[in-house]
Design a protein around this ligand. Structure first.
Ligand code: UT7
Length: 320
């Protein structure tokens, strides 16, 4: 038994912020952003938070799968920008959609979060523990962004994507996940847990920090490495892969991965031009775009791969 994706959904906020809009608040230009990242515009949440976006994506995924919320055994929300430290955003989703029979909790693995959540469900289904799961990747990084820091504020957007997974004979074939905590400081955001009565410090409200070049170097090596690993370990030739659904951080990272894997760019769909880097939501929103456009056919082999803060990385070979 394995875990198969049987429905997808996504949500993006209405507010579109174009590169030209950012050029009015920091020293940047549409030319710089497009040529260095491939991003033209992104969505920014105004009133909505991570849980609201997650709920909307979840409802669409359930409708697409034809699954009732009460059928869910488990809800995993991958996010690094939850609305609350606790309860978990997954519990809010559970309450909103009425998934009364599910266990619900969050997974924190930044941009690798959706892959980690999907792979966790695979483990549960392979072991025969759960039959129906809802996996969501949702992030509202605009609220952790220093809007005066041009090296990060041009990169990110807000969104949520979701997939319903069911225990079936075909689906997720093989996966890998990894972490390197030593490299953690290159991409980080401090939580409000730094001050208390005993140390006399006021809790810090942190913004994200990123050493972009370090993350870039890590990504262009790690992504092709983990794609090759899942293919080699499962004995599937790379030419049999119809699509590589990669984390949408920078089109140059995707191009470098395609070059290293010796695969044509047509196999690497992208949506970062419209949404920017939406962290845990890039992969499920892209899957949903492809699914709704009828680009995924039953039996297609696809590889999903990503990387993010931690540092973390992961990949999965999936039969659609
Ligand atoms: O989801 C995972 C999270 N993050 C990533 O995957 C990000 C990975 N890294 C990247 O995508 C790239 O490193 C960036 C897009 C962040 C930066 O691109 P880069 O080609 O590595 O640029 P750079 O950092 O080397 O900066 C080049 C120049 C610098 O100026 P000087 O020192 O050459 O004068 C920067 O100060 O560009 C400057 N710069 C900007 N200029 C205009 C940095 N940000 C901007 C900006 N607009 N927004």
């Amino acid at each position: 038994m394995t875990a198969r994706i049987i429905g997808t959904g996504s949500y993006v906020p209405e507010r579109i912020v174009k590169n030209e809009d950012l050029a009015k608040i920091v020293e940047t230009s549409d030319e710089w952003i497009v040529s260095r990242t491939g991003i033209h515009e992104r969505r920014v949440a105004v009133e909505e938070g991570t849980s609201h976006m997650a709920v909307e994506a979840a409802k669409k995924a359930l409708a697409d799968a034809g699954v009732g919320a009460e059928e869910l055994d488990i809800i995993l929300l991958a996010t690094s920008s939850p609305d609350y430290c606790f309860p978990a955003g997954a519990c809010e989703v559970q309450a909103e959609i009425g998934a009364v029979n599910a266990v619900a909790y969050d997974i924190s693995a930044a941009c690798s979060g959706f892959i980690f959540a999907m792979n966790t469900v695979y483990g549960f289904m392979k072991a025969g523990i759960y039959r129906t799961a809802l996996v969501i990747g949702a992030d509202c990084l605009s609220k952790l962004t220093d809007w005066s820091d041009r090296s990060t504020c041009v990169l990110f957007g807000d969104a949520a994507g979701a997939a319903v997974m069911r225990a079936e004979e075909t689906g997720l074939v093989h996966m890998t996940m990894g972490s390197d905590g030593v490299k953690g400081p290159v991409l980080s955001c401090v939580a409000r847990t730094t001050g208390n009565f005993a140390n006399g410090r006021i809790p810090e409200i942190g913004y994200m920090y990123m050493d972009g070049q370090e993350v870039f170097k890590f990504a262009v090596k790690k992504v092709p490495d983990c794609v090759r690993q899942v293919l080699e370990e499962s004995g599937v030739p790379i030419d049999e892969i119809r699509y590589f659904i990669l984390h949408q951080a920078n089109y140059r990272i995707v191009e470098a991965a395609a070059r290293r894997l010796k695969q044509p760019m047509e196999k690497f769909p992208m949506n970062m031009d419209r949404y920017g880097n939406t962290s845990g939501a890039t992969i499920p929103t892209l899957l949903d775009d492809m699914n709704r456009a009828g680009k995924l056919e039953r039996g297609d082999k696809i590889v999903i791969a990503g990387f993010g803060a931690g540092l973390t990385w992961g990949a999965a070979l999936v039969e659609w």
